[in-house]
Design a protein around this ligand. Structure first.
Ligand SMILES: [Zn+2]
Length: 188
């Protein structure tokens, strides 16, 4: 158990783009992997999701920190829950595609606007191997879509409409956070 090294683009692109294999049984090895993913994600407060491929293990497993509206009050800030794992997650239905904020622990300092569904119906196994089928909406849907992409070797830069939609965030002299577009060559 413990915190693992997160592999990064572009050095580890080949590993990041490799498709992960389905989990056959949720055995001790998978339970340890889930714990390692949770430990590694909790060590990175800027992160909300982490897939096994990002610690160079090509099994279809990821952990996400979903948000919940406090008391259903839209004005309240979204609170992040502790990470939960999803195994062999598969999208059954996806709709309401919109542009939204995206980033990835394998791309430190890089952010972007990507187009993803804001409504998804997903089936898979929970970390105890129990099957589930659930609907996720809003940013939770964006996040799970991002992680399922990882299990298929798809990266968030692939979902940006153009390189103009990718940027780094820096503080200017007045202390404002500003977006600086980057001119990054899209991998083919
Ligand atoms: Zn990611």
């Amino acid at each position: 158990m413990g915190i693992k090294r997160i592999i990064e683009y572009p050095n580890d692109e080949e590993a990041l783009r490799r498709k992960s294999k389905p989990v056959r049984t949720v055995n001790r090895r998978i339970k340890k992997l889930v714990q390692d993913l949770k430990d590694t994600l909790m060590d990175r407060p800027e992160g909300v999701g982490l897939a096994a491929v990002q610690i160079n293990i090509h099994s279809r497993v990821f952990v996400v920190r979903l948000g919940t509206k406090v008391d259903g009050n839209e004005d309240e800030d979204t609170k992040l829950n502790p990470p939960v794992a999803m195994i062999n997650a598969e999208i059954l239905e996806a709709k309401n595609e919109e542009e939204d904020f995206d980033g990835c622990l394998s791309f430190p300092g890089l952010f972007g606007d990507t187009i993803r569904p804001h409504f998804i119906r997903v089936k898979g196994l929970d970390e105890w191997g129990k099957p589930f089928e659930k609907i996720f909406e809003g940013f939770d849907a964006v996040l799970i879509h991002h992680e399922i992409d990882h299990t298929n070797g798809v990266l968030f830069i692939d979902r940006a409409e153009s390189m103009k939609k990718l940027y780094v965030i820096q503080e200017d002299e007045e202390g404002n956070w500003i977006k600086i577009p980057i001119d990054m060559k899209k991998p083919s």
